[in-house]
Design a protein around this ligand. Structure first.
Ligand code: PHB
Length: 384
């Protein structure tokens, strides 16, 4: 007699050798101005599969990709809800923008599903659900080292410019606190709209104020190009005003489109595609092999890679018994050798502890790179 799948409720068909896949619901922008956020994260996850396989404890990891077209918090929440109720995912992952992560956090809490944050970087994100673990960065974590480095290197008067939403406000506050503690002065601060800012009037005001440097954070992508264009057109570089920024400005995904105005810009960040380590060489190569459209991985890709490495650790340990609370116990205190260097998840905050690098944009051949030349080891989010 042939026994149907429904023959014994809940039992696995005896001839089915493959086990159920582990489902990972990925919520991020995959289209629109921030479409590369999701593509970079997915690219990083695919690079992980290329190097380490996609099956752990006999279970294949399956990605369910969902596009918010964002920043779009309501859509992110609805997609997260559908993923847990209809698709029965084991993990939520992705999350490019802070408002999208914040909107989805209650869904993770209610469903008790681990939520692996691969970018969203305002400090508060990890506090929004006990099921969140962050594998990217926080803005205070990368902004404070930039302030320390600037003060140590003779910069005294800085003007800050940030995007007017949680990550920007975090960045401004952390920079100011660390810079003033080191003897520097923030001469003025401006916050620009999150969507389509016109940088020209802000840049003119900075020029008129004559600071030694402008410190800035805007979300990675098109805005970086627009800012550097306005900076160049208004001649701030010629006036001797330096740009210092978080590495979002010189994002590897758009760096080659920024041209010579970006040469020499100094940034602080957790990942550069030029990071010199065997792990990173393997990662960059694997990323190139599996992604036709993207030329090199950026910091969101390394967030995707490490987030997937963490999911693989959980699957290896829990096998067929994946449970949100048990998964979180594994994630808390997890240590990995990432392509970016050593990383750990702080068990108290579920936020990442990592090296923050100081880098300078240099041209090698026809390409621009963030070349690391200084670093701060074991940096926690100073805002927590
Ligand atoms: C965020 O919304 O948290 C965010 C977006 C883009 C970045 C960094 C942070 O480059």
């Amino acid at each position: 007699m042939r026994m149907g799948l429904g023959g014994r409720a809940g039992a696995r068909a005896p001839w089915a050798s493959a086990q159920e896949p582990v489902k990972v619901g990925v919520v991020a922008p995959f289209s629109g101005v921030a479409g590369d956020y999701g593509k970079q994260m997915e690219g990083g996850m695919k690079a992980f599969f290329k190097l380490h396989g996609d099956t752990f404890a006999g279970r294949k990891i399956q990605l369910l990709i969902r596009d918010t077209g964002g920043p779009n918090p309501e859509v992110a929440k609805r997609l997260a809800q559908e993923l847990v109720t209809r698709d029965k995912v084991d993990f939520l992952a992705g999350f490019g923008f802070t408002p999208e992560a914040m909107a989805a956090a209650p869904v993770a809490t209610e469903a008790k599903k681990p939520m692996i944050v691969m970018n969203a970087a305002s400090s508060v994100v990890t506090t929004r659900s006990p099921y969140i673990a962050r594998f990217s960065m926080s803005l205070p974590q990368v902004s404070a080292p930039m302030a320390s480095w600037a003060a140590r290197n003779g910069i005294r008067k800085v003007y800050t410019l940030v995007a007017d939403y949680a990550p920007g406000i975090d960045s401004e506050a952390a920079f100011k606190k660390a810079f003033e503690a080191a003897g520097g002065q923030v001469v003025d601060s401006v916050r620009v709209p999150l969507r389509n800012p016109d940088f020209a009037p802000f840049v003119q005001k900075i020029k008129d104020t004559k600071p030694e440097a402008v410190f800035m954070f805007v979300p990675a992508g098109e805005q970086s190009i627009a800012f550097m264009k306005a900076f160049e057109e208004r001649g701030l570089g010629k006036d001797g005003i330096k740009v210092i920024a978080t590495g979002d400005l010189t994002d590897d995904d758009v760096l080659n489109s920024m041209g010579d105005p970006v040469l020499g810009v100094i940034t602080s960040h957790h990942y550069s595609a030029a990071h010199d380590s065997p792990e990173n060489k393997a990662f960059v190569q694997a990323f190139r092999d599996v992604n036709k459209d993207l030329k090199r991985p950026n910091f969101m890709a390394v967030g995707g890679y490490d987030g997937m490495a963490a999911i693989a650790e959980v699957v290896k340990k829990l096998g067929n018994d994946i449970d949100g609370d048990k998964a979180m116990e594994i994630l808390k205190g997890l240590k990995l050798t990432s392509p970016r260097g050593p990383i750990a998840i702080d068990p108290a905050t579920r936020d990442i502890v990592q090296t923050v690098y100081i880098r300078r944009v240099e041209k090698r051949g026809n390409e621009y790179w963030n070349v690391e030349f200084d670093k701060f080891a074991d940096v926690k989010d100073p805002a927590k």
